[in-house]
Ligand binder design. Structure first.
Ligand SMILES: [Ca+2]
Ligand SMILES: [Ca+2]
Length: 325
């Protein structure tokens, strides 16, 4: 049965950009997050079920969290309550990977919600890691929901992988990679059957580079319907840079629709209002995560940005909010 770590690694890779051929898949090297989470004492407040429509806000002002498990995997670090004059309340979570970080989410700096959610709204206000001094670094800033228990619940022959991603590559801090996943399986024969719809946007110009349905990482772009491809473009946010300032990134997930949006300098931008067929939208409860990790095999088109960090990289999160559907 595929593990969460290996699935997550590959699940986060293929959002319409090129993969380096022949990249090896690293074996998971750490304990499963569910085991790690179980080992922690769960505060009573976290055990209370959130009621529908109630926002659970984590401002990352304290050194621990009742809402999230803080997971500094292999060599990474994660520290909440750090002083940050750019944060709304002066405090932020710092997710840091070291120089020469391992090239896998197994070594991610990460937080994961203690509860799971079937539909809802998920947002974080953050500044992505700064690679400007090492522009060919491969690193992924991820804001995402995730559900994968290794079973094929929908019976299509591929392990279910419910995942909604906003991913920003360090080398292109103005470009957002959005994905809606329902299935993904990493097989021993080297194939990775999957079902996902992905959109890539340059937020500086508002240009939608692509919106495609994929069944493999190296497969062709399958055209999507008009309902799956709205809006056709996004208002330009000249000079947009996810590193330079805090911005809000949001995923609104319902049974028949997934809306990705961002708030840039106070202006809300709908990036993708996905209204695809039900079979292309996940329908199982998922956790909510924010992470930073080094990738050696996902590079933006036309770049060779897969190098290991030569200095520590830090993703800063001011707040994270979940509203249960
Ligand atoms: Ca399936
Ligand atoms: Ca804060």
């Amino acid at each position: 049965m595929p593990t969460r770590q290996s699935l997550l690694r590959l699940a986060l890779l293929g959002t319409g950009l090129s993969l380096v051929a022949g990249a090896a898949v690293a074996a998971p090297s750490i304990a499963s997050p569910s085991i790690a989470a179980a080992a922690r004492a769960t505060p009573a407040s976290a055990a209370r079920a959130a009621t529908a429509g109630t926002a659970s806000v984590e401002n990352w002002a304290g050194t621990s969290s009742s809402l999230y498990t803080i997971q500094p995997r292999g060599g990474a670090s994660a520290a909440s309550g750090r002083s940050d004059t750019g944060a709304g309340d002066g405090k932020a979570l710092e997710l840091t990977i070291p120089k020469r970080a391992g090239a896998t989410p197994d070594h991610a700096a990460e937080v994961e919600s203690r509860q799971t959610y079937l539909y809802g709204s998920f947002s974080s206000r953050l500044r992505t890691a700064d690679c400007s001094k090492q522009p060919r670094t491969g690193a992924v800033n991820g804001i995402f929901t995730y559900a994968n228990d290794g079973a094929d619940h929908n019976g299509d022959g591929i392990v279910d992988n419910g995942e909604l991603d906003i991913e920003i590559l360090c080398a292109r801090p103005w470009e957002l990679n959005l994905s809606v996943w329902t299935d993904y399986e990493e097989r021993e024969d080297g194939t990775s059957p999957q079902k996902r719809v992905s959109r890539v946007i340059d937020l500086r110009t508002g240009t939608v580079s692509s919106t495609c349905y994929y069944t493999s990482f190296d497969g062709d772009c399958v055209a999507v319907s008009a309902a799956e491809n709205q809006p056709a473009s996004v208002p330009a946010s000249p000079g947009f840079d996810s590193v330079g300032a805090y911005h809000d990134y949001r995923i609104d997930w319902s049974a028949d629709r997934v809306v990705f949006s961002a708030s840039v300098n106070g202006a809300d931008r709908v990036l993708w209002d996905y209204r695809g067929p039900s079979r292309r939208i996940p329908h199982r409860a998922a956790s909510y995560l924010v992470n930073l990790w080094h990738t050696a095999d996902w590079t933006p088109e036309g770049l060779n940005a897969t190098a290991a960090p030569t200095a520590p990289l830090t993703l800063r999160v001011d707040s994270s909010t979940v509203t249960r559907a």
